[in-house]
Design a protein around this ligand. Structure first.
Ligand SMILES: Nc1ncnc2c1ncn2[C@@H]1O[C@H](COP(=O)(O)OP(=O)(O)O)[C@@H](O)[C@H]1O
Ligand SMILES: [Mg+2]
Length: 262
């Protein structure tokens, strides 16, 4: 599936005023964050995109793909939908082993059956780089932890489904290795849209969509100062993760933990 860009045409705020930002174009390869306080409309914006809103949702927004209204097939046929949405609340209704879940998906998407095994192996290895708790193929889907579930879904969307647009709603609370995720995701040419308040992800994004009162109030492109600064933020974040691990394993922390943070 080949898509060049996606356009968000603005609608109304919660109080019925036109959104300050009336058009956003996202190009293939862009990594974008959506930020804003709780209740500001972040999930609603993600849902508008996933639904290919056509002035028919509560926000009145309209979504275009390559400058046009997307074909109905995108919505009606899951195999041709270019969008994967991963939410905090995604749970599995099926109790299949991980291997069966992945092979079912791989069989739908693979061009020939000789690829299936490699697709499953790649997906599993991708997922296991995202989560600290390795997933095994024989685990049942319903036994996976929140972090494992999110990791598997991100890997499935990226490797097997290979959808050009991936939406992630607040994944940082889910035990996902964030920088690793961004590094891996950046290797795949896609549009990634994260709802996040994580400074590390926000600064590694090309720009941030700022939400308030149900509307898009501004766009902040990551500037040079932020780009420079993001290296230090990532370092600090790694240090905090290491400290979290030490606390988890019952160790003491020392002032050395912050060494190297200039
Ligand atoms: N533009 C809008 N017009 C009307 N209602 C909106 C709009 N944007 C958001 N809402 C409503 O506001 C509430 C909070 O939005 P939500 O997207 O869940 O916020 P967030 O994800 O930022 O916490 C939801 O009930 C949603 O339906
Ligand atoms: Mg939300």
């Amino acid at each position: 599936m080949f898509i060049k860009n996606i356009t968000i045409l603005g609608g109304m705020s919660r109080s019925g005023n036109p959104e300050p930002v009336q058009r956003i174009d996202l190009n293939m390869g862009d990594v974008v964050s959506i930020v804003g306080p709780t209740g500001s409309g972040k999930t609603t914006l993600i849902n508008d995109i996933e639904l290919f809103a056509d002035r028919n949702t509560q926000t009145g927004r309209c979504i275009l793909i390559d400058g046009k209204r997307p074909p109905l097939e995108y919505r009606d046929n899951p195999a041709s939908n270019p969008i994967a949405l991963i939410t905090q609340h995604t749970t599995f209704l099926s109790d299949l082993p991980v291997e069966d879940f992945l092979s079912t998906h791989a069989r739908i998407r693979a061009k020939d059956s000789s690829q299936i095994e490699a697709m499953i192996a790649n997906t599993l290895s991708f997922a296991n780089q995202l989560t600290g708790e390795p997933i095994i193929l024989s685990s049942r889907m319903t036994e996976l932890s929140g972090g494992q579930t999110r990791a598997l879904l991100i890997a499935d969307a990226t490797v097997i489904c290979d959808t050009p647009i991936v939406l992630l709603d607040e994944v940082e609370n889910a035990g996902i290795h964030r920088t690793r995720a961004l590094e891996l995701l950046r290797q795949h040419r896609k549009i990634f849209i994260f709802v996040t308040h994580d400074p590390r992800i926000a600064l590694l994004s090309d720009f941030r969509i700022v939400m308030q009162g149900g509307s898009i109030v501004k766009i902040l492109h990551t500037n040079d100062e932020e780009r420079q600064f993001s290296i230090k933020v990532s370092k600090l974040d790694d240090m905090l993760s290491a400290m979290r691990d030490k606390i988890r394993f019952g160790e003491r922390l020392t002032t050395h933990e912050l060494e190297g943070l200039a």
